[in-house]
Design a protein. Structure first.
Length: 1114
């Protein structure tokens, strides 16, 4: 196109089509309604001001267009014809908003410099420049360039913009906000081709918002890299949002919708529902991080970074084991075992690689209880299994590469078999013992962070206890502290006096099989507590008492002095009428979980409401009994039992520290949850007082403003209103037509009301918000400081009191159990005897309405220590041996027992081999499981053990099973010499062993009555009474009849049973006769030692033949 010069004249045929409305002045609003039906131009409202104040292209037009102008079809083209001579040069008239545009251009250039665009190739810079056309400025970035420019370029550009503006292409149109005919005639335009700077673009093809840039690119991605496997809940305003894969998981687990919001897959929850959804995620085994806004809205407005997005940081990290719920939470349903955390260290033995040494640290963050152990284990890892069954950890911390294959199989098996599958965390490399010792030492000697630890360190006691652990335990402790520090709960390890060893000489260690087979913690039917031993014994009133009782039940005492002391305390509670026991029961009623509350204080998580509950409860405890002299011994209480004297004597010691704490807190305000008004001394935390004064001053100013507004509007009864989150709003009825100052911004309106907030009120509201947020921050800081003061000054004394109350709760529970009918105090002796007179199974008796048939037994003393029990199926053999073991356990726990009399020497262990199950997870068949458990029993049992073997050898062929059963029982009788209850259906084994060991083995059977019918069938009546002698039949066919098998099947089975029995007996007898003949020949041929050996073997064969003959005749 030839060069065209700019002309000052305007093109009226184009410019008169548009109405050049004067720009709207800021702060002004029309005082009268707009009449849309009027043709008067002056009554039309001004067009909405565009974001960029510059004209889209430089055109001149008259002030008003003719409203009567109606272009005909013929001259439309001439009207729209482009005349280059009519285009005004940009140099002739400056664009509106030049200063703002120039400032924006300077910022854009600075941004290009900051982003190091100088390193970009020259041909890419043009494509990455910011869209200057959209801003209404020249494409040139040089402020000093010739504004007139080239006329050809200028006219071409103007024509392109005009053509784009009137294009009918809908792509890229700006949506008009006009209505009706105005909307039909409203111009739409397609922006000209832009040259923009390349910005980060998401998957959706859209650029990132400031929030996405900060929360998405810089924070979320980085936090996910720093915390792999962690779901992040990010606070955004009044919601918590999940991004990316976290949103997918949240949508699946929480049942919500995930959607694409620009560049991220997003799911969100309201702020007040955070803890509900957090618990659901934790219950599914996820680790969750809370990313919060560390800035508040009001304070941010006056800060230096007010124009930047909110600063967000990872402030909390949770798993199911490390989350400490609030007191009284409806989700806190676990009574006996809050989620424990366990760290395990394994060390292989050089002599036998299959055998390993373990170091273990277990902590329950909700209660602060710490258990440690150091033990050796064999190939099958049964010791490890026992501890996992006892503790039931919900989270395991393990070395990533240092575990042996048998250990990994055991942990995998336990993870799948436990009701709540534990979460497993790994660390890359185990510390050396030196590094672990240094780490633990630094933790306990950090005086700035742990005031409590530093005081104990001065006496040397703390370090002596911490470093007195075995090396493997110190390593496990170091890794546990390091891991839990990320969750802000490592302080639970500070008080080492609350550490306890899992296995001690004072306690019996029940193996995992015993816990399961005897139904100690849960029944074997539906795996609930109903029908278990703990269900019978638990009459506790508090949660911390129930947890201690569970510990007692799983670890019966083997120290006679401690056991007698516990049982004597129960007896004194039963016999005494002291008012102190009445007061003790009153204390325990409706007590909160004090142990958990103390942990929340220690972690700094306690709320004012919880603090009020805890302080009130401790005041109740401290004032329940009179104070005793400091120099007086505990015996001044007046009980015979030392345990009871210690409990009552220690509780009044809380009075002084609790009174001091309560004197600092307004309990009524704390119960209401008012953080800033709970302190009795305003000068204790001056920051709160100053912020509160600021709030009161601003509220007074707002009240004065209200008086002015009432006077100005002549509404003496006018009050502030809160609407849609906006406080201090003025509502005026529209029908009153009151004169409203134009400076008042209109917030909203309804059909009857109009709402305003004057500028001065808005400033005061912003100032009030700043003071309130400052007050909130100061109140949080003060509360954390007070909680730390409680931890440093009174935690130890309060925790001791909780432990004493837990013991009292357990003893009172045992006393309530003892009040049941026919429960008796056990009698302990140093003799190796177990004598039960008219004993009953406590769980069966409680579950059934029919009276339980009692049984008596004596093992040791004048009677054989081992009993072989035979009898019909369904005759009660297994229930009888379980009853014996459970009664012995109850006695050594310290409880009364369901019997007329119990006299026993203390057992050091109880072993069981009952039931049949495979272990596919570890590649073991049913019979292999049976043999493995039997082998462990033979290795671990002692003369003071009680061993129960139920139908050993049934998992293989008859003859192999009989041989194994006889060999195992012979080992227990002749070598181990423990008390054994051996259930079998092999009469030959029972007869031969009783004859071989008459002083050590006695045959018993469960009584029954058999009545024959005319058709040859028999009816069996079970007597459930333990009777002397051996049962020759198991009555399996009769049991099948009771189970509902058809008579045709049973008749065939009966015939085949008689036939096979005769065939087997004949074959055995024939083989024995042949063997006897061979031995007799050897005796005749050989003499000396060989002849004597043959003669001895011949006697054994003859005895066996006589037994078979006797059994056949029966």
């Amino acid at each position: 196109m030839p060069s065209q010069k700019s002309h000052s004249s305007s093109q009226s045929t184009i410019s008169t089509y548009f109405k050049n409305t004067p720009p709207k002045k800021g702060g002004k609003r029309p005082t009268s309604p707009i009449d849309l039906t009027s043709d008067n131009d002056t009554s039309e409202p001004p067009l909405k001001k565009r974001k960029n104040s510059a004209q889209p292209f430089p055109l001149s037009s008259p002030a008003h267009a003719s409203t009567s102008f109606q272009p005909s079809q013929g001259n439309i083209l001439s009207q729209w014809q482009f005349d280059p001579n009519a285009v005004e040069s940009p140099a002739s008239k400056p664009c509106k908003g030049t200063r703002e545009q120039d400032a924006l251009k300077r910022r854009l250039r600075d941004r290009l410099k900051d982003n190091n665009y100088s390193t970009v190739a020259p041909h890419t810079i043009d494509e990455e420049l910011i869209d200057v056309d959209r801003l209404g400025v020249s494409a040139s970035d040089d402020e000093d360039s010739n504004e007139a420019g080239d006329s050809d370029t200028s006219s071409n550009k103007a024509f392109s913009e005009l053509q784009a503006m009137f294009s009918n292409d809908t792509k890229g149109k700006k949506k008009s906000k006009a209505k009706g005919k105005a909307k039909a005639n409203a111009p739409t335009y397609k922006p000209a081709k832009k040259t923009k700077m390349k910005e980060p673009v998401g998957l959706s093809g859209k650029s990132y918002t400031p929030l996405e840039l900060q929360a998405g690119l810089q924070r979320v991605v980085q936090l996910q890299k720093d915390n792999p496997g962690t779901i992040l809940m990010i606070e955004v305003g009044y919601k918590y949002k999940f991004f990316g894969k976290d949103a997918q998981i949240a949508a699946k687990v929480l049942g919500m919708v995930a959607f694409m919001d620009r560049n991220f897959l997003v799911a969100s929850i309201p702020t007040h529902r955070r803890d509900v959804h957090l618990k659901n995620l934790l219950a599914k085994g996820y680790r969750v991080g809370i990313v919060t806004q560390v800035e508040t809205a009001a304070l941010k407005k006056v800060s230096d970074n007010r124009n930047k997005p909110f600063d967000r940081r990872l402030t909390n990290l949770y798993t199911s084991a490390t989350y400490v719920d609030e007191l009284g939470s409806v989700d806190d349903t676990e009574q006996y075992s809050p989620p424990p955390f366990m760290c395990i260290i394994e060390e292989r033995k050089r002599s036998n690689p299959a055998d390993v040494l373990f170091g273990m640290i277990t902590i329950c963050p909700s209660t602060g209880d710490v258990i440690w152990d150091d033990f050796e284990d064999s190939l099958m890892r049964l010791e490890l299994e026992t501890r996992l069954i006892h503790i039931r950890p919900t989270e395991l911390l393990l070395p990533k590469y240092d575990l042996s294959q048998p250990t990994e199989k055991m942990l995998k098996f336990m993870s799948s078999s436990l009701a709540d599958k534990p979460r497993i965390e790994y660390f890359d490399e185990s510390m050396s013992s030196t590094d672990a010792f240094d780490f633990v030492s630094n933790f306990y000697t950090n005086k700035q962070k742990h005031a409590m630890a530093s005081e104990n360190f001065k006496s040397g006691r703390l370090m002596a206890e911490a470093t007195g652990f075995p090396d493997r335990v110190v390593i496990a402790l170091a890794h546990a502290i390091k891991h839990l520090a990320a969750f802000n709960i490592a302080d639970a390890f500070l008080e080492t006096k609350f550490f306890s060893k899992f296995s001690t000489r004072a306690h019996m260690l029940l193996a995992a099989n015993a816990l399961i087979n005897l139904e100690v913690y849960q029944n074997e039917t539906d795996h609930t507590t109903r029908g278990s031993l703990i269900w019978i014994l638990d009459k506790t009133k508090t949660k911390f008492g129930a947890r201690l009782l569970r510990n007692w039940i799983g670890r019966p005492l083997v120290d006679k002095r401690l056991l007698e002391s516990r049982v004597s305390a129960v007896e004194e509670i039963l016999e005494s009428s002291s008012d102190k026991f009445v007061a003790l029961r009153q204390i325990l009623k409706k007590l909160p979980d004090l142990a958990k509350g103390l942990c929340r204080i220690q972690y700094g998580q306690c709320t004012p409401k919880e603090l009020a509950v805890l302080l009130t409860a401790f005041r109740k405890i401290a004032n329940a009994f009179e104070c005793y002299d400091v120099d007086a011994p505990p015996s001044i209480v007046g009980f015979k039992s030392e345990i009871l004297n210690e409990i009552i004597y220690s509780l009044p010691k809380l009075k002084d520290p609790i009174d001091q704490l309560i004197s600092m807190v307004n309990l009524k305000e704390a119960e209401a949850g008012n953080k800033h008004t709970i302190w009795t001394d305003p000068q204790q935390y001056p920051g709160i007082d100053n912020a509160l004064a600021g709030v009161q001053v601003v509220k007074a100013d707002l009240q004065n403003e209200l008086k002015k507004i009432r006077k100005e509007l002549k509404l003496p009864s006018l009050n502030w209103t809160s609407v849609a989150g906006d406080d201090y709003v003025i509502e005026v009825k529209r029908k009153e037509n009151r004169v409203i100052p134009e400076s008042w911004p209109l917030l909203s309106r309804t059909k009857t009301l109009a709402r305003y907030q004057p500028q001065q009120v808005r400033k005061l509201v912003a100032e009030l918000a700043q003071h309130e947020e400052t007050l909130q921050n100061e109140a949080n800081t003060a509360l954390r400081s007070f909680l730390k003061f409680i931890t440093d000054s009174s935690y130890s004394a309060m925790r001791d009191a909780v432990n004493k109350l837990a013991v009292a709760d357990c003893l009172l529970s045992f006393a309530q159990v003892a009040l049941q009918d026919n429960y008796v105090r056990p009698e302990f002796t140093d003799e190796g005897i177990l004598e039960i007179v008219e004993g009953r199974h406590p769980m069966v008796e409680a579950l059934r309405n029919d009276p339980f048939v009692p049984n008596s037994i004596q093992m040791g003393g004048l009677k054989p220590c081992s009993k072989i029990i035979t009898g019909p199926n369904m005759g009660g053999k297994s229930s009888c041996v379980r009853m014996i073991a459970i009664i012995a356990m109850m006695a050594q726990i310290g409880s009364y027992v369901p019997a007329k009399r119990l006299k026993m020497g203390l057992l050091d262990s109880i072993f069981t081999r009952m039931g049949a199950s495979d272990d596919l997870a570890r590649g073991r068949s049913t019979f292999m499981v049976e043999m493995t458990e039997t082998s462990e029993i033979l290795h671990a049992a002692s003369t003071r053990s009680l061993v129960i073997l139920d139908e050993l050898g049934r998992g293989t062929s008859t003859f192999d099973g009989m041989a194994i059963a006889e060999a195992v029982l012979q080992q227990l009788v002749s070598e181990t010499k423990c008390k054994t209850l051996f259930i079998t259906h092999y009469p030959l084994v029972a007869s031969s062993l009783e004859k071989k060991f008459p002083a050590e083995i006695e045959n018993l059977h469960m009584g029954y009555e058999a009545e024959s019918r005319i058709d040859g069938s028999r009816d069996i009546t079970f007597l459930y009474r333990l009777t002397k002698g051996m049962a020759t039949e198991s009555f399996g066919i009769e049991c099948g009849r009771l189970a509902g098998l058809s008579d045709s099947i049973l008749n065939i089975a009966s015939e085949r049973a008689i036939e096979m029995q005769q065939r087997v007996e004949a074959k055995i007898k024939r083989n024995k006769i042949h063997k006897a003949a061979r031995l007799l020949n050897e005796c005749l041929v050989n003499g000396g030692v060989m002849g004597e050996a043959a003669l001895e073997e011949l006697h054994k064969v003859n005895d066996t033949l006589s037994i078979y003959t006797r059994i056949s005749n029966q």
